[in-house]
Write a protein that binds this ligand. Structure first.
Ligand code: PLP
Length: 418
């Protein structure tokens, strides 16, 4: 379906296609999504011509947990800009020290030390580097279809589709099915430095693990002297109704990674949070791992405010209350559209709408767009439409989202003749 666009928007598409990505520009025009990110505020984003408003139910995987341009976070950034810059990553920084202390106080067990970074992939790379140095081993086991980023070690621990065009294959990196502790057992040998898992693998379509899965993985890791790295890039910071998603599973990892929402969508900052004793890997040479803009002083001021807001008990209760509205509403919609929908996978506001076929995720992404919702299907299981509204929405907006989903599902049935 070729989209006709004109004026300023056409110019942006044309320039983007000429200098950023010709394939992306063509793809979006071909699927009829001629959207150019314009005004953004709270749970909403507008097309640059102001005509199409979307309720953001994708939130960039949690970047916009607090909505777009949360006023208190904008204020923290503006205030930091009056006196700070990124600082010098070699020197001691008050902002880094205070943010690390705050993160440690929000973590279970003795996750006391923080290594800062800029992107989630970098933070995962750091986690794997620390695990390797601490154990003196090389092996890393991850979940098939999981996703940890596109940088070096994160990419190596990810899906072959993203990895194989760029890296040579290495027996150091092996994968097992998610939520299958028995499959993990035989691979846990004397060379395994770490098992790395997302608490809820978003790219895999939000499968929800058995209640005892992570406890059993942690036990097996301990028995094998391997470390457990938990990727909370999407599930952290209140998304699931608890501060960290892994809290639902009574498991304390050896390393926990936070990114995306930590920067409030305003200044990228990430944290690799490690057990107190693991900090010894930096005793010989504290400069063996550095990141020029990681934990920038300005970014720390932003993250501090994000943590303050999202760790409030009232905030977490709000997430739980809104998620109840969706659980009820989705149950109704699954009953109304059984040919389309089969389940709603969720913990708090980390959700996935499981459909009845792999064609439906992409189709629903478009019909949702037409119905005013930004929703994107899971890349490694396109039968699932990811559902991550911002955590600050109120009950009325939750009901409106359900009505718009209803409309999108109805149009999809018409379109498919079912
Ligand atoms: C679970 C998870 N881990 C890591 C990453 C990598 O984060 P970044 O894109 O900031 O490198 C992502 C990004 O989508 C993610 O979803």
């Amino acid at each position: 379906m070729e989209q006709q666009i004109s004026g300023e928007k056409e110019r942006v598409f044309e320039t983007y296609g000429r200098h950023v990505s010709s394939a992306k520009a063509r793809f979006f025009l071909d699927v009829g999504i001629d959207f150019v990110f314009g005004r953004r505020e709270g749970p909403f984003v507008w097309d640059m011509d102001g005509r199409h408003r979307l309720i953001n139910c994708h939130s960039n995987g949690g970047v916009f947990n607090l909505g777009h341009r949360h006023p208190a976070v904008v204020e923290a950034l503006e205030s930091a800009l009056k006196t700070l810059d990124i600082g010098n990553h070699h020197l001691v920084s008050r902002q880094k020290a205070e943010l690390a202390e705050q993160l440690a106080s929000l973590c279970p067990g003795d996750l006391d030390y923080v290594v800062f970074g800029v992107s989630g992939g970098e933070a995962i790379d750091t986690a794997i580097k620390i695990a390797r140095k601490a154990t003196g081993r090389r092996g890393v086991i991850s979940a098939s279809g999981g996703y940890h980023g596109h940088t070096g070690l994160a990419l190596a621990a990810g899906d072959p589709k993203f990895r194989d065009p760029f890296l040579s294959s290495s027996s150091d990196f092996r994968q097992v099915p998610f939520n299958d502790v028995e499959a993990l057992g035989p691979l846990l040998d004397a060379d395994v430095a770490a098992v790395i898992l997302e608490t809820i693998p978003a790219t895999l379509g939000m499968p929800i693990a058995h209640d005892d899965y992570f406890m059993n993985v942690a036990r097996r890791c301990r028995e094998n002297d391997s470390l457990l790295i938990i990727d909370e890039v999407q599930t952290g910071l209140g998304r699931t109704g608890r501060f960290w998603g892994i809290e639902h599973y009574n498991t304390v990892p050896d390393i926990l990674v936070s990114a995306k929402g930590l920067g409030g969508g305003l200044y990228p900052v990430t944290a690799t949070i490690i057990r107190r004793d693991l900090e010894a890997v930096f005793h010989d040479d504290p400069f063996i791992h550095i990141s020029t803009a990681g934990g920038a002083d300005i970014g720390c001021a932003v993250a501090k405010k994000v943590l303050e807001i999202s760790s409030e008990p009232a905030f977490l209760n709000h997430v739980k209350a809104i998620s109840e509205i969706f659980i009820k509403g989705m149950t109704g919609l699954i009953g109304k559209y059984p040919v389309l929908l089969s389940a709603f996978r969720h913990k708090g506001l980390m959700g996935g709408i499981k459909t009845t076929s792999a064609d439906l995720g992409p189709i629903l992404s478009k019909t949702c767009y037409d119905a005013g919702l930004l929703c994107i299907y899971a890349a490694h299981d396109p039968s699932v439409l990811q559902f991550l509204p911002s955590l600050i929405i109120n009950a009325d907006l939750a009901e409106e989202i359900l009505q718009r989903l209803d409309r999108a599902f109805g149009v999809t049935c018409e379109f498919m003749g079912i």
